[in-house]
Design a binder for this molecule. Structure first.
Ligand code: FE2
Length: 304
């Protein structure tokens, strides 16, 4: 399986899409039923969907895999008893699959038979999403469900997070020990460190400084810079996270402690914890959802 896209709902989605294309550095991937689709340089038709709605929430986090992977996953999820429905995606790239509800209301969508688009050149476009981190009331319990019901694997544990992989990348998602359930951040994978740095410069031109970074993380070893986007989400410029072997032994909290005064490998980064924690509460999950509410164009009106 691979992480493919995130679908957010929010008021003034068009404004948010303008920020992501004109400043952050994505390319338009079309609009459909009140949703703005934003793409990177790769074959994926979009990485981020912004659906017009009355309030902010995460509609879904989408993964794709082969037909076989989806079949195995569907059996596994059904056996585990998690809420699950079959779905046909109306987003660019289409595909069919399932939507699974995790314990704290997170909707993970798994698709197969999706269509790709031609890659485009652009040295400052993200390549893809590298990871999406979610805040949890009980990160260990949620990670356990991801392992048991989805076949994901825990790669590392820190004081703050449980890092989870769905392929050989160290993590495609992580569950933060936040005490509440919401979107923590979305990380865009840039071509290399220079592309991350140019991204920081581009935002600095508009008066925006990183809420955390630049720096290099411990788990995953990616270079990072986090910003609070004007539409309220925390977004990250990142390099690729490291690859791990199938028999990778998950690190424990005590394996990931920093010397005093340090919060990244370089010892450079400063962190605006207040600004980040405030923004990390902006996009929550909707527990009351229906197959109809997930259709493109449903916005929040379709949520009962
Ligand atoms: Fe991150």
């Amino acid at each position: 399986m691979m992480l493919r896209s995130v679908e957010l709902a929010l008021p003034e989605a068009g404004e948010a899409a303008r920020f992501m294309t004109e400043i952050w550095g994505m390319a338009p991937g079309g609009t459909r039923g009140g949703a703005h689709y934003l793409r990177g340089s790769s074959r994926l038709p979009y990485l981020l969907a912004l659906h017009e709605a009355d309030s902010r929430f995460v509609r879904s986090i989408t993964f794709t895999g082969t037909r076989e992977e989806l079949e195995h996953l569907t059996e596994r999820v059904q056996a585990s008893g998690l809420p699950v429905i079959e779905t046909i995606a109306a987003d660019p790239g289409g595909g069919r699959g399932i939507v699974v509800e995790l314990p704290e209301g997170e909707l993970f969508r798994f698709l197969t038979e999706t269509e790709d688009v031609e890659p485009i050149a652009g040295r400052d476009l993200p390549v893809k999403l590298t990871h999406v981190v979610l805040n949890s009331r009980d990160a260990e319990a949620t990670a356990n469900v991801a392992e048991q019901s989805l076949g994901f694997r825990v790669s590392d544990r820190t004081k703050g997070m449980v890092f989870v992989r769905c392929n050989d990348s160290h993590h495609s998602t992580a569950f933060a020990r936040a005490g509440y359930a919401s979107l923590n951040h979305i990380a865009f994978e840039m071509e290399d460190m220079d592309a991350v740095m140019r991204g920081i410069g581009r935002l600095r031109d508009r008066g925006l400084t990183p809420a955390w970074g630049p720096g290099r993380h411990g788990p995953g070893a990616n270079i990072f810079a986090y910003f609070v986007a004007p539409f309220g989400a925390v977004v990250e410029f990142s390099t690729a996270v490291e690859k791990v072997a199938d028999d990778h032994k998950a690190g424990a909290q005590e394996d990931w402690t920093w010397p005093p005064g340090r919060i990244d490998q370089w010892g450079l980064s400063t962190k605006d914890i207040g600004a980040l924690e405030e923004a990390e509460r902006n996009f929550c999950f909707r527990r009351e959802w229906t197959p109809e509410s997930l259709r493109v164009g449903a916005g929040s009106a379709g949520i009962r």
